[in-house]
Structure formats: C-alpha cells, structure tokens
Design a protein around this ligand. Structure first.
Ligand SMILES: [Fe+2]
Ligand SMILES: [Fe+2]
Length: 208
C-alpha cells in the first residue's frame, strides 16, 4: 500500500471541493493520526494507512453510485452535488482516526502453533462520542463548513447498524434523513461496496 500516494490523492480530492475549512480539517486529521490509522482492528484494511485507503475507496464507490443514479433518476443531479459526495464519503469515518492502538496479538500459524503478531486494539478513551456522530462533531470542531445533507449522510452512514433500535427518535430521524436527502443512501451504499467488494481479501473468504 502506498500511504504517501493515498494521502496525496485524499488531500487533492478534498481540496477540489473548494470548501471553507478544508485546510484546517486536513491539519486536524494529521494531528489525530488519520493518515496512518488502519480501517479496522481485525477486518478490512487492518494495516497502517488502511483508513485513508478505505475513505478513498468509499469516495470512488460513492462517485460511481452518484453517476449511475443520475442516469436512472436525473433529478439527483440537482439534489446532490459532486462536492457533497466527496466531502461525505472521504470524511465519514474520521471517528476512527484516534481509536486504534498498536498491540501484539496471538495467532495460530499454519501448523497450529501460537505465535505473536503485530496488530491493533481499540480504545475509545480519546473521545467516546459514538461513530457517525463523532465524525460530524470532529469535523465541525475542525472548522469545516458542511451542509445538512453532508452531516446527515456521515451521521447515518452505518444504516440500520448505527441505529439504537430501542429509540423511536433514532429510527424516525434515520428514515426522515434518507427520504429528504439522497446523499444519505449514496454514502451508506458506497461504504458497504467499499468494505465488502473493493476491500475483501482471500483470507476473509477462506474464513467463511
Ligand atoms: Fe463507519
Ligand atoms: Fe466506512
């Protein structure tokens, strides 16, 4: 994985939106460790630089979904702008930048013996604010200007997995966001396509 190249591409895409606050946001992401963090502790892209690659993959998938949906449903062109697709997809998982801590884990090798391997464990102690909602708050604190649909697409990008099913308010807000703003469904789909199609590995398939 070329971490430097991925970082440059991420910054170039984000800056292409011309959005107020982008420079300060990039500085905050650097300070948080966003550009070196993995995308997960034990699943997709669980290596250094995984988070920025996952964010780029989600952006590529989101732009492809957006282009495709404009053909199927031309009104989308007026409802969702390219800059919003880029902002929401690249920044949906900013919440993960500060939760992974390097650790040594045990795993069985090919002949069944336990051995040490480098890995990550998760700690939420820096800012235990949740997932999508944490991303939105971190971005606002870094000074990024965002529209309602961008904030809601980031907040609800986990779809039904990010909802407290005991909360009527959560369910209604999620449903309302999806109906009001097509960007919410585009980012949710793109995140799923990135993690489960673009980033799946042979190892993951073997474990099924
Ligand atoms: Fe996420
Ligand atoms: Fe994600």
């Amino acid at each position: 994985m070329d971490i430097k190249k991925n970082k440059e591409e991420f910054i170039e895409l984000l800056c292409s939106t011309g959005r107020n606050g982008v420079d300060d946001t990039i500085e905050s992401l650097d300070e948080m460790g966003f550009f070196t963090a993995p995308a997960s502790a034990g699943h997709h892209l669980n290596t250094e630089g995984g988070l920025v690659l996952h964010s780029l993959n989600t952006c590529r998938a989101a732009l492809a979904v957006w282009e495709g949906m404009k053909i199927l449903e031309p009104s989308i062109a007026g409802e969702v702008g390219r800059d919003s697709v880029i902002i929401a997809s690249l920044l949906h998982d900013v919440c993960k930048a500060d939760i992974y801590v390097r650790s040594v884990k045990k795993r069985k090798n090919a002949i069944g013996q336990w051995e040490d391997c480098e890995g990550y464990k998760i700690s939420y102690k820096n800012f235990p604010m949740g997932h999508g909602e944490k991303s939105v708050i971190l971005l606002l604190c870094s000074g990024l200007e965002m529209s309602d649909d961008e904030m809601l697409a980031i907040r609800w990008h986990m779809g039904a997995w990010g909802i407290n099913m005991n909360s009527y308010e959560d369910q209604r807000c999620f449903d309302t966001s999806k109906k009001l703003y097509p960007l919410v469904s585009i980012i949710q789909a793109a995140d799923n396509l990135a993690a489960n199609i673009m980033e799946r590995t042979g190892e993951e398939l073997d474990e099924l």
